[in-house]
Design a protein around this ligand. Structure first.
Ligand SMILES: Nc1ncnc2c1ncn2[C@@H]1O[C@H](COP(=O)(O)OP(=O)(O)OP(=O)(O)O)[C@@H](O)[C@H]1O
Length: 288
């Protein structure tokens, strides 16, 4: 019997491939969204329940299957109740467009203020060789690292950043983490990179900056205590000895999102943005 390649191109097989690609894309996006947050545990729990359901199907274990069905039915309701604030805010966000352009303008102003404050602090600390480690949350949640620090939930200013890193003060050791244009915590512990590509002369502060860039998409700024040099890490990339022009250019492209781009988010992205924002606001104890 000869194999006919055209059999592979039936509508059904194309639909199957499309089906798998869509599901994988969805799972990938979900993993990217919850990486570094408590929701990872939740996803693991859901994966275990699905696994038990599949096993009970395969071996025809009726009682187990019945119990898992009950868990799934009630679990969905429990999830909706637990995440009610996030879901509500996500849905509210979907309807937002040009009508809410003013909130977009406010956001850009806050992002520019963030870059200005960082610049002020970097300049001051670099000249005086004050060591600093500042991590800015991007899309991946940093909950697990935020939990290791001392909560501040403070407005960002160059002066406050400088004050935090003054040597021999209680908050100076460890990293400052910035989330949603606020200083979430100081003295946080970041994961140390095991990479042997990091130059030998760099110590643990730089290793921690590379470490967090390996497991999240956060942007981290290091000011070296030894040399005053400025380093930025992001997505496993280490950019050393940056001049003021270099780092300002980089920070502006990474942290200041043009208003038009913000307004162009599709409904799904808008929902996710609202969902994430509600989560972080609730944890920070402030609600609009
Ligand atoms: N895992 C970590 N998470 C957060 N901060 C850390 C971590 N490890 C070290 N640090 C910070 O780095 C400081 C030690 O820096 P060290 O001198 O080893 O690093 P370095 O990369 O050589 O930087 P520098 O050039 O500033 O000396 C610690 O006092 C602490 O504040």
């Amino acid at each position: 019997m000869s194999f006919n390649w055209s059999d592979l191109l039936t509508w059904q097989s194309v639909a199957n491939v499309l089906d798998i690609v869509v599901v994988w894309y969805f799972i990938y996006k979900l993993i990217m969204l919850v990486r570094g947050t408590k929701a990872v545990q939740l996803l693991k729990g859901i994966a275990v329940v699905i696994l038990i359901k599949l096993v009970s199907w395969a071996f025809d274990l009726r009682t187990v299957s019945y119990i898992v069905d009950q868990v799934i039915n009630w679990g969905v309701i429990a999830l909706v109740v637990i995440f009610q604030p996030e879901i509500r805010r996500g849905l509210e966000h979907i309807g937002r467009g040009s009508l809410f352009a003013r909130s977009g303008q406010k956001k850009v102003a806050q992002q520019k203020q963030l870059v200005n404050s960082l610049d002020k602090a970097i300049q001051y600390m670099s000249k005086r060789r004050i060591g600093a480690l500042i991590t800015i949350q991007m899309n991946t949640g940093l909950e697990d690292y935020i939990e290791t620090g001392i909560p501040l939930d403070a407005d960002i200013s160059g002066e406050l950043l400088i004050n935090i890193f003054i040597p021999n003060t209680p908050l100076h050791d460890g990293a400052v983490i910035i989330r949603d244009n606020r200083i979430a915590v100081a003295a946080a512990y970041l994961p140390l990179s095991e990479s042997n590509m990091i130059p030998k002369e760099l110590g643990t502060r730089h290793r921690a900056a590379v470490g967090i860039s390996e497991v999240t998409d956060a942007l981290t700024i290091v000011v070296s205590e030894e040399t005053g040099g400025v380093t930025i890490t992001k997505n496993n990339e280490l950019m050393r000895d940056l001049t003021r022009d270099d780092y300002l250019k980089y920070l502006n492209t990474q942290l200041v999102v043009p208003e038009e781009v913000d307004q162009k988010l599709n409904p799904v992205q808008r929902f996710i943005e609202g969902f994430r924002h509600a989560g972080t606001q609730n944890r920070g104890g402030k609600k609009k």
